[in-house]
Design a protein around this ligand. Structure first.
Ligand code: ADP
Ligand code: ASP
Ligand code: MG
Length: 406
């Protein structure tokens, strides 16, 4: 007998027929004698619609009320799945974030989980009851509903698995595993049997939406055995594992992209100490994350150009803040550009192999794709390019690093 957490994403619970299909899958595990807890997302498209309604009602909205609205999608699917299970003779009960409760901090819209009270769920396991937890939501310190950021049901599931000390956490989605890159863009993408926590973390944080970044962090810290697999086909998925479980280490194991970046160039900023602090300090104070930064060598020892990226959603606010500080910062021009994407190649093998970045640069050059900004870390190289070259770049890099499926 094992204790398992099963998480079903939006497309897996997109309508009542699919919810019934999920109920059958859950029943199979119950019939096999396992203790089962399930985490569900909202039906596909529902959260987007709820976010749209919030924005339509009030552009500068109160984050507490945003959470009240957008958390509602998961309430529907958790109740429907409980009903579908009961209908086929499986004892089941739904749990909303505030009912367990799943405690979070008070950062509405992107709250972090503090802890889950799971004693009740464990007690009911003994009576053969399945717990169905609404993903994406929790209870803040102000006693109000919080949400965990888009894609947050993955994190709910991993946190529940950690709290329950589950033997595994299966994330059911609309692809049958983690691929070398997004299979919806590169048809030659290859499914990975295993991927290390570290690589998965980097892939997720560089834009691969298959798992929310925070869920991988949690899985890594609490050693939760996560598997990503399809809710539509019966085949083994991808296991997220420790590095020593992978025998053949690839130099590059995956390529991620993010359309969420925007670029800002400040032209002719004074080249003297304190200028970078003057620019990035206020952005940090306003909780605007800066990702890539490049400062050119100054030609005249007087001024230099500074280019950096922020999240697309923060671009307007960043531009407004910088314009307000223009007289203090003394730049001559501010050029915003949201027509960019970030492409990142990732692999733990990079630690011991040289030439990975060079291959990326020469491959992009051979396709005439201009690199605007570069950043690297121990197991990753990222470049910023114009958005129209995304697909071409992904395909060319995928082939260049020998990742194409046979
Ligand atoms: P869910 O609703 O089940 O949480 P998501 O849409 O959040 O599903 O995540 C699954 C999607 O992630 C896939 O449909 C795929 O397009 C995308 N994706 C991006 N990169 C990858 C990758 N490397 N491997 C698998 N899927 C990826
Ligand atoms: N329903 C939420 C979203 O669309 C959470 C999730 O699906 O993981 O972001
Ligand atoms: Mg998701």
């Amino acid at each position: 007998m094992a204790r398992i957490v099963m998480k079903f994403g939006g497309t897996s619970v997109a309508d009542v027929a699919r919810i019934k299909n999920v109920a059958q899958r859950v029943k199979r595990e119950v019939d096999a004698g396992h203790e089962v807890a399930v985490v569900v997302s909202a039906m596909a498209g529902v959260t987007n619609q709820l976010v749209g309604w919030v924005n339509e009602t009030a552009r500068l909205h109160d984050a507490r009320e945003y959470d009240v609205v957008v958390a509602s999608g998961e309430q529907v699917t958790s109740g429907l799945l409980a009903l579908a299970l009961q209908d086929i003779g499986v004892s089941a009960r739904s749990w909303l974030g505030w009912q367990l409760p799943l405690h979070t901090d008070g950062v509405h819209g992107k709250a972090r989980i503090k802890g889950i009270e799971s004693d009740d769920v464990i007690r009911r396991f003994k009576d053969g009851q399945v717990a169905i937890m609404a993903g994406f939501q929790g209870l803040g310190p102000d006693a109000r509903i919080t949400t965990l950021g888009r894609g947050g049901s993955d994190t709910s599931a991993v946190a529940l698995a950690a709290a329950l000390r589950a033997d595994r956490c299966d994330i059911f989605t609309d692809v049958d595993g983690v691929y070398t890159t997004d299979p919806r863009i590169v048809t030659k993408a290859r499914k990975l049997d295993k991927i290390t926590y570290e690589e998965m973390l980097e892939l997720a944080s560089q834009g691969a939406k298959v798992l929310q970044t925070r869920s991988v962090e949690l899985a890594m810290n609490h050693r939760v055995r996560v598997q990503v697999l399809s809710s539509f086909v019966d085949s083994p998925g991808t296991l997220v594992v420790d590095e020593d479980e992978i025998v053949e280490k690839e130099v590059v194991s995956g390529i991620a992209y993010s359309r969420d970046e925007a670029k800002i160039t400040l032209v002719r900023v004074p080249d003297r100490p304190g200028v970078a602090a003057g620019i990035f300090g206020p952005l940090a104070d306003a909780a605007i994350n800066v990702d890539m930064i490049v400062q050119n060598v100054s030609g005249d020892n007087q001024t230099t150009d500074l280019t950096f990226t922020v999240g697309k959603a923060d671009l307007a606010r960043a531009v407004q803040m910088l314009e307000q500080a223009r007289s203090k910062l003394n730049f001559t021009e501010l050029r915003p550009d949201s027509n960019v994407v970030k492409v990142s190649v990732i692999g733990v093998g990079m630690r011991s192999h040289a030439g990975v970045a060079q291959k990326m640069f020469s491959t992009l050059a051979s396709k005439n794709i201009n690199i605007q900004v570069i950043s690297t870390s121990e197991i990753k190289v990222s470049v910023l390019i114009a958005e129209e070259y995304l697909e071409l770049a992904l395909r060319a890099l995928h082939t260049a690093y020998g990742l194409d499926a046979a």
